[in-house]
Design a protein around this ligand. Structure first.
Ligand code: HEC
Ligand code: HEC
Length: 353
């Protein structure tokens, strides 16, 4: 069969089909894994996300936000868009240890995924943004990221017939300005969600959806005397929306990153960072706020040795040597890989002219 005759999206779908079938067959071959307990249902994720009253997320708003998200013309020199660092082909992150902004400038922190950011009540590694609307203007303003000149951006958007029509459809009566653009981007981000992983299917009652190894990994993940992961990675989005110092050693030049402490000056917040989601985690390495862990196995090894000497502040008492065997560590990794949602090809927007 000549595969090149297939459109690539169909080919990707076919491949995915094969992967899912293999996992099902594995689970089916031995005995089925147990179903979820009542407590496990705390991880069940709702399909709808909270939206602000003045930003309902109509199709026209999402379409506008998508165009803006992918449009490098929003940046100071026309080269950087949100998607440069939050790239759908790289799990809506960038595959780099830390972000690279305009003119190749290296950022101090790793680019988190935007997948399921809509579910979080704390945004950014240090929680300095409270809503997606709030957050969107940040990277534009930052000189190292997009270095947007808002006056220039407004003129650009107003001068293009395509954008004028889209703004009018999306936010009738509102000006073409950075606040409206931020609302549209937030509306688009609320559609970038992961709620249909094999783990979710298992939670919904399909005992063939995960393998024995993945199920064992979840048990280790929850057990306080084993992985103890769920004490922080709790709830539907695998985060307590809290901040913890998990013992990341100092790396690179410069002062240690004080994390949450800069927003909230209490001692326990020194070197504390937001608990990130684990959904789609297999797609978003390298890991940690400084990108210091390359693989999920490295992450598990970090926790297994009880973290490292923190670059600043005090290690959380919840992080301590775990004494997990090699195969238990593999099980934890396998479990985290079952949290990847179905990947649908995303059509890149045609940029408005
Ligand atoms: C040069 C790379 C870069 C660009 C461009 C960029 N970001 Fe980010 N983004 C980051 C980094 C790095 C962080 C984490 C920064 C921190 O916590 O201090 C981040 C954090 C975020 C978060 C928080 C996610 C969470 O769960 O905490 C969102 C949402 C986000 N960016 C959206 C956007 C949007 C929208 C744009 C375009 C307007 C954008 N980003 C442009 C690198 C980038
Ligand atoms: C004390 C709370 C806490 C515990 C316990 C904990 N985590 Fe974390 N986890 C965090 C925080 C906070 C971060 C981000 C830390 C940073 O980058 O400085 C994180 C980061 C991660 C990351 C990287 C995510 C990313 O996007 O970079 C993974 C994967 C992860 N944890 C998995 C686990 C596993 C598996 C366990 C159990 C073995 C575990 N965590 C236990 C709080 C915790």
């Amino acid at each position: 069969m000549n595969m090149s005759a297939f459109p690539s999206s169909l080919f990707a779908t076919l491949l995915l089909g094969v992967a899912v079938t293999t996992a099902t067959a594995q689970a089916g071959a031995g005995n089925l894994v147990p179903g979820p307990t009542t407590e496990d249902l705390a991880w069940k994720i709702g399909k709808s996300v909270k939206k602000p009253a003045d930003n309902a997320g109509t199709p026209a708003q999402v379409e506008l936000g998508k165009a803006l998200f992918f449009d490098p013309r929003l940046s100071g020199n026309g080269t950087v868009s949100c998607a440069t660092c939050h790239n759908p082909a790289l799990g809506w992150s960038d595959g780099l240890k830390t972000g690279i902004g305009i003119n190749g400038q290296k950022l101090p922190r790793s680019s988190p995924t935007i997948v399921n950011a809509a579910y979080n009540t704390q945004l950014m590694w240090d929680g300095r943004a409270r809503s997606l609307e709030d957050q969107a203007l940040g990277p534009m303003k930052t000189p190292e990221e997009m270095s947007t000149d808002f006056k220039h951006m407004k003129l650009m958007l107003q001068s293009l017939q395509g954008y004028r029509a889209m703004f009018a459809r999306a936010y009738p009566g509102e000006p073409i300005a950075e606040e409206t653009a931020a609302k549209a981007i937030a509306a688009f981000e609320r559609t970038v969600v992961s709620t249909d992983s094999r783990f979710d299917k298992w939670l919904a009652g399909d005992r063939r959806a995960i393998t024995q190894q993945e199920w064992r990994g979840f048990q280790l993940f929850k057990a306080p005397n084993k992985g103890n992961c769920a004490v922080c990675h709790s709830g539907p989005n695998f985060t307590d929306n809290g901040f913890h110092n998990i013992g990341i050693a100092h790396s690179g030049p410069g002062e240690p990153d004080e994390g949450r402490f800069r927003q909230r000056g209490v001692a326990s917040m020194k070197g504390a960072f937001k608990t990130p989601t684990l959904r789609d985690i297999a797609l978003t390495g390298p890991y940690f706020h400084d990108g210091s862990a390359t693989t999920l196995r490295d992450v598990v090894a970090h926790y297994n040795r009880g973290g490292d000497q923190p670059s600043t502040g005090k290690l959380s008492p919840e992080v301590r040597p775990l004494n997990l065997t090699e195969s238990e560590q593999d099980d934890l990794v396998a479990f985290m890989k079952s949290l990847t949602g179905i990947q649908r090809p995303i059509a890149l927007p045609v940029l408005p002219q």
